[in-house]
Design a protein around this ligand. Structure first.
Ligand code: AMP
Length: 397
C-alpha cells in the first residue's frame, strides 16, 4: 500500500484534487494523480491526470443536481473511484486549501468540529470561497470520519506583516471587528519564499516582490522571505486587475453605483467579482491567451491596463520594502506570458531592472541581464505541494 495525502481545493462548482505520496523525507513533489470535478450542481465532469500529465480518466458522473449536496456527491465519487481504480493507494489524510484563517491563524491547523465552526464564522469575510472550502471539509468528515483533515489558509502567510500594513484608515472599532487587510494567495507565496534561496542564494532574504498572476492576481512584498505587504486586502478583490475582478477601486464608485444606479449587494458583487477585470475591459474574455491572440483594440487595452496596474503596484510594494532586489513572476500568466512579463519589466526599469528580452522570449528562469540591480525570475508555483507538505508535517506532530 502506498500512503498518500489527498489535497483538496473546493470552489463553488468545482473540486480540484491532487494525491501526493508520503516519502521518508516528507512528501514526493510530483503528484501521483491530480484533476478535478467541475460542473458540480449541474452537469458534472471528471478528469484525472497521471504523474506525467497524461489523462488517466475522464467521465461525466451522475451526481446530485442539488448544489447544497454537490461537494458530498463529488467526494463520494472521487473516493470511490480511487478505491476501485487505484487499490494500492491509501489516503491517510486530507489537506484543504481554505481561503480564510482570519487574524488568528498564521499556520495550518488540524480541523476539529470546533475549528470548522470558528472558520464558518469567517464566511462573511470570504463569502464566495469559504463556504465551499468548508462544505468539502464537512462532506469528507461525514464520509470518512476517521480521516485527519488539515486546513491550510491562504491568509496565514501574511500574518507576519507589520500592524500598519494590515490597517485601513477606518474607525478603530471596525478594525477591531475584523475589517482589516488580510492578504491572499499565501500558499503560493510561501512556496516561492521556500524555493527562493535555490535561485538567489543569500539575496533571497533581501527585498523581493512576488507577482502571482493567474486568474486571480496579487503581489506580495517579501523581506527575510516573510510577507511584509500585499496587494490584496480585506477580500480577494483588492489590488491588481484580474480575470474577472476589478482590483483597486475608488470606494466612491461603489457609492455612486448604489446611489444613482440602484445597485444592491448582489448586483455589486456580480459586477466586481464576475464582470470586471480583463473580461470587463476587453468585453471579449477573461483569459489572457484569448486576449493575446486577439487583434481587437479592446483586448490590447485590457492587457495594457493589466500591466500598467502591476507596474504601479510594484512601485507601492517597493516603497514598503525600501527598494528592490528581485522580482518574481509566477502562476498561469506570470509563468507563460512573455508579453506581460516584458511590459512589467520594462515598466520597472526605473527600479534598476535591466530586462533580458531574449531570455524572456525563450521562457528562461532568469529574465534580467547579469548586471541588473534587480534580478527578475520566473518560478512556477506549487500550492498543492505546499498543502501536502503542511499536511504531512501536521500528521507527524
Ligand atoms: P491560473 O489561474 O494560474 O491557472 O492562470 C490562468 C491564466 O493564465 C489565464 O488567464 C490564462 O489565459 C493564462 N495563461 C495560461 N497559459 C498561458 C500562456 N501560454 N500565455 C498567456 N497566458 C496564459
Amino acid at each position: 500500500m502506498r500512503e498518500v495525502i489527498l489535497v483538496l481545493n473546493a470552489g463553488s462548482s468545482s473540486l480540484k484534487f491532487a494525491l501526493f505520496e508520503l516519502a521518508a523525507a516528507g512528501v514526493a513533489q510530483q503528484a501521483l494523480l491530480s484533476g478535478q470535478l467541475d460542473g458540480l450542481g449541474a452537469r458534472a465532469h471528471f478528469k484525472c491526470k497521471g504523474a506525467n500529465g497524461e489523462i488517466v480518466a475522464e467521465s461525466e458522473p451522475a451526481l446530485a443536481a442539488d448544489p447544497a449536496r454537490a461537494h458530498r456527491g463529488a467526494l463520494a465519487f472521487l473516493l470511490d473511484w480511487l478505491a476501485t481504480h487505484n487499490e494500492n493507494l491509501h489516503v491517510c489524510a486530507a489537506g484543504h486549501r481554505i481561503v480564510h484563517g482570519g487574524s488568528r491563524y498564521s499556520a495550518p491547523q488540524r480541523i476539529t468540529p470546533a475549528l470548522a465552526e470558528e472558520l464558518d464564522g469567517l464566511v462573511p469575510l470570504a463569502p464566495l470561497h469559504q463556504p465551499h472550502n468548508l462544505a468539502a471539509v464537512g462532506a469528507l468528515a461525514a464520509l470518512r470520519p476517521e480521516l485527519p483533515q488539515i486546513g491550510c489558509f491562504d491568509t496565514a502567510f501574511h500574518r507576519s506583516q507589520p500592524p500598519l500594513a494590515q490597517m485601513f484608515a477606518l474607525p478603530r472599532a471596525l478594525s477591531e471587528e475584523g475589517v482589516r487587510r488580510y492578504g491572499f494567495h499565501g500558499l503560493s507565496y510561501e512556496y516561492i519564499a521556500d524555493v527562493l534561496p535555490q535561485h538567489l542564494g543569500a539575496r533571497a532574504d533581501g527585498r523581493v516582490i512576488v507577482l502571482h498572476l493567474g486568474n486571480g492576481a496579487s503581489l506580495c512584498a517579501l523581506r527575510g522571505r516573510k510577507s511584509i505587504a500585499s496587494s490584496m486586502g480585506f477580500t480577494a478583490l483588492d489590488g491588481l486587475m484580474m480575470g474577472t475582478r476589478c482590483g483597486n477601486l475608488d470606494p466612491g464608485v461603489l457609492l455612486y453605483l448604489m446611489q444613482y444606479r440602484g445597485l444592491g449587494v448582489e448586483g455589486l458583487s456580480d459586477l466586481l467579482y464576475k464582470r470586471s477585470g480583463l473580461a470587463g475591459v476587453s468585453g471579449i474574455s477573461q483569459d489572457m491567451r484569448t486576449l493575446e491572440a486577439s487583434a481587437e483594440p479592446a483586448a490590447r487595452e485590457a492587457i495594457e491596463l493589466f500591466c500598467y496596474r502591476i507596474v504601479r503596484e510594484i512601485g507601492s510594494a517597493a516603497a514598503a520594502l525600501g527598494g528592490l532586489d528581485a522580482l518574481v513572476f509566477t502562476a498561469g500568466i506570470g509563468q507563460n506570458s512573455a508579453r506581460v512579463r516584458e511590459r512589467v519589466c520594462t515598466g520597472s526599469a526605473w527600479l534598476g531592472l535591466a530586462f533580458d528580452a531574449e531570455a524572456n522570449t525563450r521562457h528562461a528562469a532568469c529574465i534580467s541581464t547579469p548586471d541588473s540591480a534587480v534580478t527578475a525570475l520566473v518560478i512556477p508555483t506549487d500550492e498543492e505541494w505546499m498543502i501536502a507538505r503542511h499536511t504531512a508535517k501536521m500528521l507527524a506532530q
